[in-house]
Design a protein around this ligand. Structure first.
Ligand code: ADP
Ligand code: ASP
Ligand code: MG
Length: 411
């Protein structure tokens, strides 16, 4: 007997038929003698609908109230899934985040899980119940409802698997695994049988929405066996997220590039002409960080006149907030010549552990983009990733030509 956590995304619970389909799969696992915890997202489109509804009342909705609204999406699907299981004669019980007690910090709309109480779930599992837990939501120390950021149900699934010491966490979605890039953008993309945690972490952090980044972090940290599978297809092993096998000579047999990620959700902020002196980066980014705004890429360069240009990227939703902080609180100290925002950018990244042992990947990437006349605005690298910021309108073209240049297509 194994303990398995199965997470089903929005398209997998989009209507009663699909929820019945989920229940049938859970029933098969129960029939094999396993204990099953099910985590569900809201029906596809529901979270977007709720956000739009909130914005009709308040254009920039109060974060606490927004979370109260957003959590309702998952509350509907947990009950529907529990009902569908009952209809199959299976004991099932739904749990909201606060009923489990998935304790989070109080960063509304992007809360982090701090602790998960296992007692009630364990008791119900031992009594033969399937526990159906709402993804994406938790509760802070003061009893406020919180949500974990878009795509957060993946993180609920993996965090529960870690807390319960589950044998496997299965992420069921609308594709049958992790591909070399989003198959919606490049139909020739190829499914990977396995991918390392590190690569998956880079792909997720660079914008591959197939897994939320925090879910991959949890899985790596707590050694959760994680697999991505299709909820529409009963065959196939999907993609297993693995630990890098040090004993293997990766330079010989593994592809150098595993995947390409892209992200249209970032905006670029440029602070031009600030004095080049110690403390400038801190003066600019300190207040941004204090406002809990995540900064991704950062570039600083010194011009011939001795002043510094400072460029960084933030989530599009936070561009205006970051700009107001800079204009209202920072500009007075740093006397920048100009502060601009640009949300018409996209980031494209190539990822692969093989980069550690191969040179020339960056130049191949830059040449490929140059041949298409695509201008690179920013570059950042890690040991296993090269990311560029380009004009949003060239994003799909860039992904397609890079996918081809690195020979990632299906044979
Ligand atoms: P769910 O609602 O099940 O959580 P998501 O829409 O969040 O599903 O994630 C699945 C989607 O991720 C796929 O439909 C696909 O378009 C997209 N995707 C992006 N990059 C990849 C990739 N490298 N491999 C597979 N799917 C990807
Ligand atoms: N329903 C939430 C969202 O749409 C969480 C999730 O689906 O993972 O972002
Ligand atoms: Mg998702």
């Amino acid at each position: 007997m194994a303990l398995i956590v199965q997470k089903y995304g929005g398209t997998s619970v989009a209507n009663p038929d699909r929820i019945r389909n989920v229940a049938r799969r859970v029933a098969r696992y129960k029939a094999m003698g396993h204990q099953v915890v099910v985590v569900v997202s809201a029906m596809s489109g529901e979270t977007n609908r709720l956000i739009a509804l909130a914005k009709e009342i308040m254009p920039d909705p109060h974060p606490r109230e927004l979370d109260v609204m957003l959590s309702t999406g998952e509350q509907v699907t947990i009950a529907m899934t529990a009902l569908a299981l009952m209809e199959l004669g299976i004991k099932a019980k739904s749990y909201t985040g606060s009923q489990v007690k998935i304790l989070t910090d109080d960063a509304f709309n992007k809360a982090r899980i701090l602790d998960i109480e296992q007692h009630n779930l364990k008791r119900d599992l031992d009594d033969g119940y399937v526990c159906v837990v709402a993804g994406f939501q938790g509760v802070d120390a003061n009893g406020n409802i919180t949500t974990l950021g878009r795509g957060g149900s993946d993180t609920t699934g993996v965090a529960l698997a870690a807390a319960l010491d589950a044998d496997e966490c299965q992420i069921y979605t609308d594709v049958d695994g992790v591909y070399t890039t989003d198959p919606r953008v490049v139909p020739e993309a190829r499914r990977l049988d396995k991918i390392t945690f590190e690569e998956m972490l880079e792909l997720a952090s660079q914008g591959s929405k197939v897994l939320q980044i925090r879910s991959v972090e949890f899985a790596g940290k707590y050694k959760v066996k994680l697999r991505v599978l299709s909820s529409f297809d009963d065959e196939g092993d999907g993609t297993l997220i693995t630990f890098e096998d040090d004993s293997k000579d990766t330079s010989m047999e593994e592809p150098i590039i595993s995947g390409i990620a892209f992200n249209r959700d970032e905006a670029k902020i440029t602070v031009l002409g600030v004095p080049d002196k110690p403390g400038i980066a801190y003066q600019i980014l300190g207040p941004v960080a204090d406002a809990n705004i995540d900064v991704d890429m950062i570039i600083q360069n010194v011009g011939a006149d001795g002043t510094t240009d400072f460029t960084f990227t933030v989530h599009k939703n936070e561009m205006n907030k970051a700009l107001s902080i800079l204009r209202d609180k920072v500009q007075g100290h740093i006397q920048a010549r100009e502060i601009n925002g640009d949300d018409k950018i996209a980031k494209v990244s190539v990822v692969g552990v093989g980069m550690r042992s191969h040179v020339g990947i960056a130049s191949q990437m830059f040449r490929t983009l140059a041949e298409e006349g695509i201008n690179i605005q920013m570059i950042s690298t890690s040991e296993i990733k090269i990311a560029v910021v380009i004009d949003e309108k060239y994003m799909e073209l860039a992904v397609r030509v890079l996918h081809k240049a690195f020979e990632l297509e299906a044979e």
